[in-house]
Write a protein that binds this ligand. Structure first.
Ligand code: ATP
Ligand code: MEV
Ligand code: MG
Length: 367
C-alpha cells in the first residue's frame, strides 16, 4: 500500500517572533509544497527496515525495526489519537538512532528532521517496516516554513494510512482532511515542530494544515477572507540560518529587557491586527485599493523595524530593503529572519518594466 500526502509552506505577513510571546500574527500558505510518500512492504516480504529517503538532499536513512523497538518499546506506541510531546529523555534515545546514521557534517541540520520523523512515525504507526520518501519545493531553513510543511505532510501520510480519517472533497486532485481530523493532524505536526524548533508558537504548522490566510494568537486561529489583491515577491537571500537559534535569541533578549521587549511585542500585536483588518475590509470601502496598499506597506516597514529591535534582521535582508526602496517598494523579512527570505509588497498598479528591473537587480545580488 502507498499513501501520498502534501502540505504547503507559508509566508508571514506580520508578527513572527512576537507570536511566540503571545502577540497576534498573520500568515498565508503559498503554492510550494513538501510531498511525502509512505509505502508498507507486502506481508510476504521479510523486510525489517524503516527507511527515510530525503530525495532532494540525497540522504537515505535506514533503521532495523527490531533496533528501534528495543530503544523505544517502553513508550507503548502506537497512540495515534493522542498527540504527545517527546520528552527530553526520549529525544536523547532517538538521537542515538539518528547519530548511528553518520549524517555528513554539511547536512547535519537534517538530524532534527530525522528525529521528528522517528517520533511521529513510531507514535502514530508503531514498530512496522516502511519506506518514506520526502521531496520538497521549499528551500530548507529559509523562512518559508519547510519544517512545518515536513511535519504536516508526514503526519498526513501517517494518519491517512490508518484509514481512520475522513477524506473530503477534491482539491487540485488531492483529497483533503475533514475538519475534526485536521485538528488531530495539526496537533501531531506541532509536536514534530517542537522537536525541530524548541519553542514554536504553532503558527507555521497551523497555516500549513488549514491553508488560506490566518490570524493566529496563543494557539487560536481565525481564517481571514482577503478582500483585496495581495501580491508578494519573495526574495531568498540564500543566507542559511536556524529558526531554533533565532527564537532562543529573542527569548534571551526579552529576559534581559522585559519591559522594552514587552512594548515591542505589543506594537507588533497592533500591527498584525490592523493589517488583518485592512485585508478583510470590503473594497471599495472608505479606502481605495491604492490607499490600502500604502497602509500595508507602512505596516510592513514598521514590523521590519521591530524585528530589527528583536535582533533577527541581517545585512542580506537590509540589502533587499534598500534595493526595493529604490523602486519605492516596502519589504520585510519573513519567518525567523537572520537571513532567509524577504517579502516585498507588489502594488496592483506597478509597471511591468519597473518590476522586471527590480527583479533583475535582486537576481544579480542573490544568484
Ligand atoms: N523536506 C525535509 N526533509 C527533512 N527535514 C526537513 C525538511 N524540511 C525541513 N526539515 C527540517 O527542518 C529544518 C529547517 O527548519 P527551520 O525551522 O530552521 O526553517 P524553516 O522551517 O524553513 O523556516 P521558518 O521556520 O523560519 O519558516 C531542517 O534543518 C530539517 O531538520
Ligand atoms: C519565528 C517564528 O515566529 C516563525 C517562524 O516561521 C517561530 C514560531 O512562530 O514558531
Ligand atoms: Mg520552521
Amino acid at each position: 500500500m502507498e499513501v501520498k500526502a502534501r502540505a504547503p509552506g507559508k509566508i508571514i505577513l506580520a508578527g513572527e517572533h512576537a507570536v511566540v510571546h503571545g502577540s497576534t500574527a498573520v500568515a498565508a500558505c503559498i503554492d510550494l509544497y513538501t510531498y511525502v510518500s509512505l509505502r508498507f512492504p507486502a506481508d510476504s516480504d521479510d523486510d525489517d527496515t524503516l527507511k527515510l529517503v530525503l530525495k532532494d538532499m540525497e540522504l537515505n536513512f535506514s533503521w532495523s525495526v527490531t533496533r528501534i523497538k528495543a530503544t523505544l518499546s517502553h513508550l507503548g506506541s502506537p497512540f495515534p489519537s493522542t498527540p504527545t510531546t517527546c520528552s527530553m529523555e526520549v529525544i536523547k534515545s532517538i538521537a542515538v538512532l539518528v547519530d548511528e546514521q553518520n549524517i555528513p557534517e554539511a547536512k547535519i541540520g537534517l538530524s532534527s528532521g530525522a528525529t521528528a520523523f522517528l517520533w511521529l512515525y513510531t507514535s502514530i504507526i508503531g514498530f512496522k517496516p516502511a519506506t518514506v520518501v520526502v521531496t520538497s519545493d521549499l528551500p530548507l531553513g529559509a523562512g518559508l516554513g519547510s519544517s512545518a510543511a515536513f511535519c504536516v505532510s508526514l503526519t498526513a501520510a501517517l494518519l491517512g494510512s490508518l484509514n481512520s480519517v475522513h477524506l473530503d472533497k477534491n482539491h487540485q486532485g488531492w483529497l483533503t482532511y475533514g475538519e475534526s481530523d485536521l485538528d488531530l493532524l495539526n496537533k501531531w505536526a506541532f509536536e514534530g515542530e517542537k522537536i525541530i524548533h524548541g519553542k514554536p508558537s504553532g503558527l507555521d504548522n497551523t497555516v500549513s494544515t488549514y491553508g488560506n490566510i490566518i490570524k493566529f494568537r496563543s494557539g487560536n486561529m481565525t481564517c481571514i477572507k482577503s478582500n483585496m489583491p495581495l501580491k508578494m515577491l519573495i526574495t531568498n537571500t540564500k543566507v542559511g540560518r536556524n529558526t531554533r537559534a533565532l527564537v532562543a535569541g529573542v527569548s534571551e533578549r526579552s529576559m534581559r529587557h522585559p519591559d522594552a521587549m514587552s512594548s515591542v511585542f505589543n506594537a507588533v500585536d497592533s500591527i498584525s491586527k490592523e493589517l488583518s483588518t485592512i485585508i478583510e475590509s470590503p473594497t471599495p470601502d472608505d479606502l481605495s485599493i491604492t490607499e490600502k496598499e500604502e497602509r500595508l506597506e507602512e505596516l510592513m516597514e514598521m514590523n521590519q523595524g521591530l524585528l530589527q529591535c528583536m535582533g533577527v534582521s541581517h545585512s542580506s535582508i537590509e540589502t533587499v530593503l534598500r534595493t526595493t526602496l529604490k523602486f519605492k517598494l516596502a519589504s520585510k523579512l519573513t519567518g525567523a529572519g537572520g537571513g532567509g527570505c524577504a517579502l516585498t509588497l507588489l502594488p496592483t498598479c506597478i509597471l511591468l518594466f519597473y518590476l522586471l528591473a527590480m527583479v533583475l537587480h535582486l537576481f544579480s545580488l542573490f544568484l
